[in-house]
Design a protein around this ligand. Structure first.
Ligand code: NAP
Length: 388
């Protein structure tokens, strides 16, 4: 069975958490730089999901705007645009909405009781899928996985975001915060980011918070990226490393790997993926190089923060290497990184490197997370086959 897709939630809010105001016009919360950032995120996903109310109210196109990004997808054998996905309990959708325009696959997940109405309204303008009664998000994600969706971007609105959060079904939440308040006098009239109404418990409480992975200025908005999901920070950072491995330029002779280096205080110091900057780059090597351009030149010395950092890698760092003289194990030891967490043990395909053993023998604390090995392996299925 295909693993459930990686779920990215993305929205723009006011400082007081509103996703829109109560007026009939759509409130613009993010600027051109943030829209361009979202376009890049869209280009890295297989599907974009919004609630039926967002389809009705905002009438979004849900297409990639920059043709260079669509062309990049096409070159990798992907459809030019991600699939458009919506959820409905009533089946009340207008086939004239932009959601149903040609250009991308359209998937409508509908509660069983409304299938007849949805079919009568939509005809063949979308693939209509019975998602149970009441509609089950687990079923939606399972079905998306079976259709080959590996990454799904959930763009709102409030109810859909809240349901994914309350159901513990999100892996990332990106908030673009606009520099103003909506200050709606009646809090019920404008949609606000919140856990789903009637959520029986709060899975993201002060005792089980999200993991802050990024704080950035994008034009006039402040961008906050949180990691969620089971297993706490170690699993979350490692899952993120696996996601980064999907960005690797393809190669028939080298693995696709992602790496994240996290400082002692939880700050993400650097990320990298294989071949990100140069043809023979390994992910760990790129992350170290970005962090301190002098890092790979011993005379300048390593960044002192590395002496308390953890390196997360989707594949165990290499202990033997044909492409370059210095292995990733040697880079890690030279940097003084005391801890490495990895998902997948290197199959003996290109080298016999015993990276984990070498790191352990040198005093590095090594943690293997076999539960994420399959996710990391699947990215390399073209090298190692589809079986385990
Ligand atoms: N700022 C942002 O980033 C952003 C992004 C997107 C949207 N928005 C705003 O958000 C507002 C819309 O949010 P919203 O909360 O009203 O609506 P929504 O989340 O877009 O859609 C809710 C609808 O989706 C369907 N649905 C969702 N979860 C379901 C479930 N578990 N089972 C069955 N059906 C389900 C239902 O459709 P039916 O009613 O058809 O049954 C439900 O009424 C708009 O004002 C829009 O402008 C803001």
């Amino acid at each position: 069975m295909a693993p459930r897709p990686y779920v990215l939630l993305s929205c723009a809010t006011s400082v007081d958490g509103y996703l829109d105001d109560a007026s009939p016009r759509r409130l613009i919360l993010s600027g051109p730089a943030d829209l361009d950032r979202v376009d890049e995120v869209r280009a890295g996903c297989d599907a974009i999901l919004v609630g039926a109310q967002t389809v009705r109210k905002d009438n979004p196109r849900l297409l990639i705007r920059d043709p260079r990004r669509s062309a990049r997808r096409a070159a990798r054998g992907l459809p030019a645009h991600p699939a458009r996905v919506t959820l409905t309990a009533t089946g009340d959708l207008d086939p004239q909405a932009r959601f149903f325009a040609p250009g991308a696959l359209r998937l409508v997940y509908c509660a069983t009781s409304a299938i007849g109405r949805a079919r009568a309204q939509l005809g063949d303008s979308a693939v209509l899928i019975d998602a149970g009664d009441p509609l089950s998000l687990d079923l939606v994600l399972t079905d998306l996985a079976e259709r080959g969706v590996v990454r799904v971007l959930v763009e709102g609105g409030a109810r859909v975001l809240g349901e994914f959060l309350a159901g513990g079904l999100a892996d990332e939440l990106t908030l673009a915060m606009a520099p103003f308040f909506v200050a709606d006098p009646d809090p019920k009239t404008a949609p606000r980011l919140n856990l789903a109404p009637h959520s029986p418990f709060n899975p993201i409480s002060p005792t089980s918070p999200m993991t802050l992975a990024e704080v950035q200025r994008v034009g006039e908005v402040g961008l906050l990226r949180y990691l969620l999901g089971p297993g706490g920070p170690d699993h979350r950072f490692l899952r993120w490393a696996v996601e980064l491995s999907r960005l690797c330029p393809p190669s028939a002779s080298a693995f696709s790997v992602g790496a994240v280096i996290v400082g002692e205080d939880g700050e993400v110091l650097a990320t990298g993926f294989s071949r990100e900057q140069e043809d023979h780059d390994h992910a760990e090597e790129v992350a170290l190089r970005k962090l301190a351009p002098g890092q790979l030149r011993p005379s300048l010395g390593p960044d002192p923060r590395l002496r308390h950092a953890t390196l997360y890698s989707s594949l165990v760092p290499c202990g033997a290497r044909a492409s370059r003289p210095v292995t990733c194990v040697q880079h890690i030891l030279a940097a003084g990184i005391p801890r490495v967490v990895f998902a997948w043990r290197e199959p003996r395909l290109f080298t016999d490197g015993e990276g984990a053993e070498q790191l352990g023998a040198a005093g590095v604390a090594v943690t293997e997370v076999p539960g994420l090995a399959e996710r990391a392996r699947v990215v390399n299925a073209h090298l190692v086959g589809s079986g385990a």
